[in-house]
Design a protein. Structure first.
Length: 484
């Protein structure tokens, strides 16, 4: 991790300028120092890249051992610290070196680079870069760091000028070129693309340049290049959620819906959000993958506990698959989210009716009718007629109601016998009656008649009755003999 020269994770280069030079032994002391610093910057980039691949602990141990054998050399300690940058422990180790070796500009430069990657610490970063320049005038990494601070503060023209001045003194300094490329991209300067492409020639692992080029490719509608660059980013950092989402959008443009769905799945695995889950459900719908669509919609429902829409679609999918029971259960979940939705309640009632549960269907239709479902009334009337229910509720004390229900039940039973039916059996029902004479609960304890119409007649005739105003819980038993 580094600011553009370290934050960029990889460097960029200028669109023009000489190739990277091999140090000439006849160069001046300043030139030799510049090349030494260039090599140190390359080492830091290498540490960042290896740490990103999971080798941080290994390379840290290597530099810790070097620091023990070279106690007066600050660089092994700085390299060891950099393996965990930009975390707090890395800064603590670097800060210790700045106190013990105040003459070492790299210590202040790395401290500044870490600060630059923290939120709202740009002032501290700039101050450390000034300290590095105080330790060595014209120290290129510190100059790059100060240019990075300008860029991160949004002072793009000033940053551009600073990077260009650095590249005049230190041609193709990787981090300066990367910073310049990022600045030009923010300025919408056409030179951004060749600059960033040069950055990748210098360091193919430059993630900042790769990401910026991918954005430029998207803006230019060069989908193939955008996909290639974003895929590269994800190979290095598979936990980059924004890159996953971007890649999914690009694959959709290429009509690779299965690939786009796979990227959305990966993005959801990193962090769930409603928009992504909905988009995933939409892709699976286009792909006609009903099971996967239902699974994605369940995620949407979990993320939005008040939204009934995803559950309605899941119920539709279950119904289409022949799972009426599953569809009904899902609709009931939806109804809990929108209890006043009469259309939804009517849909539930129709599903209950379809599975030939007469008692359950009448109950469901009554609820839908009470909530204002206009179509419920005629369908409910038809079901109540099938159940042979009285047109008006029965009334009286427990014995009177029992007699009226039995008379009606027996009459229906005898009519069926005349038609050649072979009925017989017993129905036992417990009814909880409140002090106001209204029924609070009906529980079927036994039913050996196994006739849905007769069972519904007993259930609702007892439930709808108006009893004497005495709180009690009687058990009613109706026995019908077998046909002769």
């Amino acid at each position: 991790m580094r600011t553009t020269w370290l934050i960029a994770l990889a460097a960029a280069s200028c669109a023009t300028g000489p190739e990277v030079r091999t140090p000439n032994p006849h160069d001046s002391l300043g030139s030799r120092q510049l090349e030494k610093d260039r090599a140190t910057a390359a080492t830091l980039r290498s540490i960042t890249e290896r740490a990103r691949r999971g080798e941080g602990s290994v390379i840290r141990q290597e530099y810790v051992e070097q620091s023990r054998s070279r106690p007066l050399d600050a660089m092994p300690r700085l390299f060891a610290a950099w393996t965990s940058a930009p975390r707090e422990e890395a800064w603590q180790e670097v800060a210790k070196v700045t106190r013990l070796n105040p003459e070492e500009p790299w210590a202040f430069a790395l401290s500044g680079a870490i600060y630059a990657q923290w939120h709202n610490f740009l002032d501290q970063a700039d101050a450390d870069f000034d300290r590095a320049l105080g330790a060595r005038k014209d120290f290129v990494p510190a100059r790059v760091g100060k240019a990075d601070v300008l860029r991160l503060r949004g002072k793009l023209p000033e940053a551009k000028a600073a990077y260009e001045a650095i590249l005049t003194a230190a041609p193709e300094w990787q981090e300066a070129v990367s910073g310049l490329g990022l600045t030009l991209a923010s300025l919408k300067d056409p030179a951004a693309k060749p600059t960033l492409e040069k950055a990748l020639q210098i360091d193919p692992e430059d993630l900042a340049a790769t990401a910026a080029l991918a954005r430029l490719a998207v803006e230019a509608k060069d989908v193939d290049q955008a996909i290639a660059l974003t895929t590269k980013l994800l190979q290095v950092n598979p936990r980059d959620r924004e890159a996953r989402l971007s890649l999914s959008r690009m694959k959709q443009e290429k009509k690779d819906l299965a690939g786009a769905a796979a990227d959305l799945e990966a993005a959801l695995a990193l962090a769930a959000d409603t928009a992504t889950a909905q988009a995933l459900a939409g892709l699976y719908r286009e792909l006609k993958r009903a099971d996967d669509e239902a699974r994605a919609l369940e995620r949407v429902a979990q993320l939005n506990p008040r939204d009934a829409e995803p559950l309605l679609r899941i119920a539709e999918l279950k119904k289409a698959d022949g799972d009426a029971e599953g569809a009904e259960a899902t609709l009931r979940r939806a109804a809990e989210r929108t209890p006043g939705d009469s259309a939804l309640l009517l849909a539930i009632a129709r599903l209950v009716r379809a599975r030939e549960d007469l008692v359950g269907a009448i109950e469901a239709y009554r609820v839908a009718k009470a909530k204002g479902a206009a179509e419920a009334a005629p369908e409910l009337k038809e079901l109540e007629a099938k159940a042979l229910l009285p047109e008006a509720p029965l009334d009286g004390d427990v014995n009177a109601v029992y007699g009226k229900v039995f008379a009606r039940l027996n009459r229906s039973y005898q009519e069926r016998l005349k038609k050649g039916g072979a009925l017989g059996g017993k129905v036992r029902v417990r009814v909880a009656i409140g002090a106001d004479g209204q029924v609070t609960q009906v529980e079927v304890l036994e039913d050996t008649l196994h006739d849905e119409a007769l069972g519904a007649l007993v259930y609702f005739a007892l439930k709808d009755a108006h009893y004497a105003k005495v709180k009690k819980t009687p058990t009613f038993e109706f026995v019908l003999g077998a046909a002769k």
